[in-house]
Design a binder for this molecule. Structure first.
Ligand SMILES: CC(C)(COP(=O)(O)OP(=O)(O)OC[C@H]1O[C@@H](n2cnc3c(N)ncnc32)[C@H](O)[C@@H]1OP(=O)(O)O)[C@@H](O)C(=O)NCCC(=O)NCCS
Length: 157
C-alpha cells in the first residue's frame, strides 16, 4: 500500500490511492451507493483498473479504509485534463465522491476531496471542478469550492 501526505487518525482510518485489491474490500458496494454498478466481474474490474492505471498521475482514485472492519468506506476520483487553453494548462476533475452511509459526518468526505485537490495542485492544475446536486452544495463549500456557471448533461443511456 502507498501512504499519502494526509495524516491518518490514530490508526482508525487510512487514506490511500485505489489499489486493485480494494474490490474485495467493498469498493464496488460503496460505489453502488452513488449509482448503478452491480454487475462488474473481477475481470472487468481488473481491466478497467489497468486501463486507468495507464494514465499514471493523470487519473487517481482515493480510498479511505476503516482499519477496524477492513472495508473501504469513502472514495473519490480525479481526472487531469490537458488543455491548449491557459497556455497548455491543466484542469482537475473530481468525480464519484461517496462516503458509506454508516460513516458519514466524520469528515471523511472532506478528507477525500482534500486528497484529490492536493493531487491536482501538485500536478500544477490551475483549477479543480466538479458537478454536484443542490443538496451537496454546502458540503463542497466547506471543502473550499464556489458555485460557478451551470451544469449541462446529455445522457445516452
Ligand atoms: C456528500 C458526502 C460525500 C459528504 O461526506 P461526509 O463524510 O458525510 O461529509 P464530511 O463529514 O466530510 O463533512 C464536511 C463538512 O460538510 C458538512 N456537510 C456534509 N454534507 C453536507 C450536506 N449535505 N449539507 C450541508 N453540509 C454538509 C458537514 O457538516 C461538515 O461540516 P464541518 O466541517 O463544519 O463539520 C456524503 O454525504 C455522501 O457520500 N453522500 C452520498 C453520495 C453523494 O451525494 N456524493 C456526492 C456526489 S457529487
Amino acid at each position: 500500500m502507498q501512504n499519502t501526505d494526509l495524516p491518518n487518525e490514530g490508526n482508525k482510518f487510512q487514506v490511500w490511492k485505489l489499489e486493485i485489491t480494494d474490490k474485495s474490500k467493498g469498493f464496488m458496494e460503496l460505489l453502488q451507493q452513488l449509482s448503478v454498478c452491480d454487475s462488474v466481474s473481477d475481470k472487468q474490474f481488473e481491466e478497467r483498473f489497468q486501463e486507468l492505471s495507464a494514465y499514471g498521475d493523470d487519473h487517481i482514485g482515493c480510498v479511505i479504509e476503516d482499519n477496524h472492519s477492513g472495508k473501504i468506506i469513502a472514495t473519490g476520483s480525479m481526472f487531469i485534463e490537458k488543455k491548449f487553453l491557459r497556455n497548455c494548462g491543466k484542469v482537475g476533475h473530481i468525480e464519484d465522491v461517496v462516503v458509506d452511509a454508516g460513516s458519514q459526518g466524520m469528515q471523511l468526505g472532506k478528507k477525500t476531496v482534500k486528497f484529490l485537490t492536493n493531487h491536482a495542485h501538485e500536478m500544477e492544475c490551475y483549477k479543480v471542478i466538479l458537478d454536484c446536486g443542490v443538496g451537496n452544495k454546502a458540503f463542497y463549500e466547506k471543502c473550499g469550492f464556489k458555485e460557478k456557471e451551470i451544469q449541462m448533461a446529455r445522457y445516452f443511456v
